[in-house]
Design a protein around this ligand. Sequence first.
Ligand code: ACO
Ligand code: OAA
Length: 374
Amino acid sequence: MAKVLSGAGLRGQVAGKTALSTVGKSGSGLTYRGYDVKELAEHCEFEEVAYLILKGKLPNGAELQDYKARLKSMRGLPQALKDVLERIPASAHPMDVLRTGCSMLGNLETETDFAQQQDVTDRLLATMPSMICYWYRFSHDGVRIDVETDNDSIGGHFLQMLHGKAPRELHEKVMHVSLILYAEHEFNASTFTARVCASTLSDMHSCITGAIGSLRGPLHGGANEAAMAMIENFTSPEHAEQEMMGMLERKEKIMGFGHAIYSESDPRNEIIKGWSEKLAQDVGDTVLYPVSVRCEEVMWREKKLFCNADFFHASAYNFMGIPTPLFTPIFVMSRLTGWAAHVMEQRADNRIIRPSAEYTGEELRPVPPIAERA
Ligand SMILES: CC(=O)SCCNC(=O)CCNC(=O)[C@H](O)C(C)(C)COP(=O)(O)OP(=O)(O)OC[C@H]1O[C@@H](n2cnc3c(N)ncnc32)[C@H](O)[C@@H]1OP(=O)(O)O
Ligand SMILES: O=C([O-])CC(=O)C(=O)O
């Protein structure tokens, strides 16, 4: 059954056109340029999907090889950007670091013509993992890492920089899946931010910087971190159930559940849940995965609320040894493709986005002289 889409938050209003994805068109499905995300996650590498979203077609073997080699060659950070990253304290939120890093790159390598948009996007795709890992390792471990590893995938490169060693095949595969699942999602809040910015004919770095700010919040991308913060406190499924019931009674929002568009399930959940289970077996987990499953059961039983893409990402990333504050930055490394493609789409058929407001303030009145004001 389709969700009733009306009310506040522009819900259900068509705010523009896109050829990039469909969300919940048949109640629960997700497609990128006509391909089901389930098939893409099963058969593709993230770079294939990035190519599809940004350039309009799935690459053939030679195109994929060239694209990966090109992205790999663009990973280096300018010294001025490294200097800025080194000045950001370890206590900063990594999403704020990426927001600053993206903005700084815009000062150093400004997009001066829309003809550069694909190159600017490739450069951002190649450098986001470098930025976040350079800052993280410098501020936490005091090391200046080499951001040009020999790993040829974005997810593998990220893990290699983070952990200082080549990632295991299983982990690299999960990173491909995760980045594919997060890549694109129609007019969600961060993408809409990017499109509004693009509609003023602003530059790509400004659009992406704004989108990072919107993704950061716990009602959007920040939910994967918030879900982790919750489940790591639960010591058993029974404990999880007890705590969840209390939260529901107190009418608290439970992060990682519910969705603005999907009505019965988020198609990304069963995919990442399956990988989380594999990772749980791999690390011999007996707590976090069963706790997560119990949370899912309680929320469905009590509220008919289902896990969105974020919930099982929390345990999956945790099993791969990724620190919780880096969860949402991984979302950025992926969603960058969707944001940039939407910016390009907006530019190709633009009218400034400028809705109207329903005024609820005072009627017209005279300005009283200052001596007469209360
Ligand atoms: C990748 C992503 O960005 S996915 C989204 C990630 N965000 C989260 O996980 C945050 C938690 N979830 C939420 O806050 C919401 O479900 C959102 C923001 C995703 C969608 O918001 P909306 O479209 O306004 O939700 P919706 O209209 O379905 O809410 C219906 C009711 O369910 C409640 N509800 C929805 N989600 C939750 C939740 N996670 N926990 C508790 N109650 C919830 C709402 O408060 C609302 O109750 P009300 O009618 O008494 O006010
Ligand atoms: O579509 C939304 O509102 C949020 C979401 O799931 C996403 O951006 O991936």
